[in-house]
Design a protein around this ligand. Structure first.
Ligand SMILES: N[C@@H](CCC(=O)N[C@@H](CS)C(=O)NCC(=O)O)C(=O)O
Length: 300
């Protein structure tokens, strides 16, 4: 058995209680040995049906999955996943990250930031309405970033800031100084709480009226145009002041965040092409290799 990487052992320690419950050796190294020996487990086999369990172990796993209560159900899901994955058991830099996304959504901003940061991560397409995903983010929205802790991180701006802070060498966070940090914060707040919500009535008009008629939904959608336009005009000014970037003339997490949301205007009558500074910014972003990789990979 080859020596395990320390980060893998550390992650395996999280399974101690579960392995004890299963009556298996439960030292982190022993868990690491177990996982390495038994993977890869085929994607079409339920964990409870894996051939290496005793009938008692299978029964425990099946019952806990049915009860669907923490902590066992979460640990069982994590173990199931660890057993499927044999290509990248532990990212080389020791940081384990899993980004939950849905195509075309604001989660792509985090994905672009992870690429810019040179992070080791896995992007996982989420069915955000599913019960399973609600256990990751109770608000049933993407993004979520699992860094191997008790709960996943949520909220796009907070995740973006975390990525910038975690990878300072990528220089995608704020410039030094309190006021510069404030300005990035202010920009992210604009993107998260003015720009993003401006689109909600357009994409989900049924949430903004109790009138179920098509006419009512159309009216709600059309009301969104003015709010989006207002935010796009503000973004255009930010980019003009930022010399082609959203924040202080440098590539930052704010660029990634603004880019993925400004793309949504292609569904509206007034698209990003109508805002000169935004248009130049969008065209530059589309030349970015990381952006191209993410856009290609996020498709079904
Ligand atoms: N405040 C959250 C909002 C996230 C959000 O609304 N994400 C959208 C995709 S861009 C989503 O998952 N929507 C699912 C839904 O509203 O049902 C954040 O900033 O992360």
């Amino acid at each position: 058995m080859p020596a395990h990487q320390p980060e893998f052992i550390e992650r395996c320690a999280g399974f101690t209680d579960l392995f004890e419950q299963l009556g298996l050796p439960s030292q982190p190294e022993q868990i690491a040995d177990f996982i390495s020996t038994h993977r890869p487990l085929s994607g079409d086999v339920l964990l409870a049906d894996a051939p290496f369990w005793s009938s008692g172990q299978s029964q425990f796993i099946r019952e806990q999955k049915q009860l669907d209560e923490p902590p066992w159900t979460l640990l069982i899901d994590q173990l199931s996943e660890a057993l499927r994955n044999d290509t990248q058991p532990v990212p080389p830099n020791g940081s384990y990250m899993k980004l939950y996304y849905a195509p075309g959504t604001c989660a792509l901003a985090c994905w672009i930031a992870l690429e810019w940061a040179g992070a080791e991560y896995e992007a996982v397409k989420a069915d955000y309405a599913s019960e399973e995903y609600r256990r990751i983010n109770p608000l049933a929205a993407v993004p979520a970033l699992d860094i191997g802790k008790e709960r996943a991180m949520t909220q796009a701006p907070a995740i973006l800031q975390y990525i910038a802070d975690q990878y300072p060498q990528a220089d995608i966070g704020s410039n030094p100084g309190l006021e510069n940090a404030f300005e990035l914060n202010e920009t992210l707040a604009f993107l998260a709480s003015d720009f993003h919500p401006a689109f909600w009535p357009f994409f989900m008009p049924y949430r903004y009226t109790t009138d179920e008629s098509e006419a009512a939904k159309t009216a709600v959608k059309e009301a969104a145009y003015a709010r989006v336009d207002r935010a796009m005009q503000h973004l255009d000014k930010l980019i003009a002041n930022g010399k082609g970037h959203v924040y202080q003339g440098k590539r930052s997490i704010a660029d990634a965040y603004a880019y993925v949301m400004a793309r949504w205007t292609t569904y509206l009558p007034k698209t990003w092409q109508a805002y000169p500074h935004v248009a130049a910014f969008m065209q530059r972003m589309e030349q970015d290799e990381a952006v191209q990789r993410v856009l290609a990979a996020q498709k079904d």
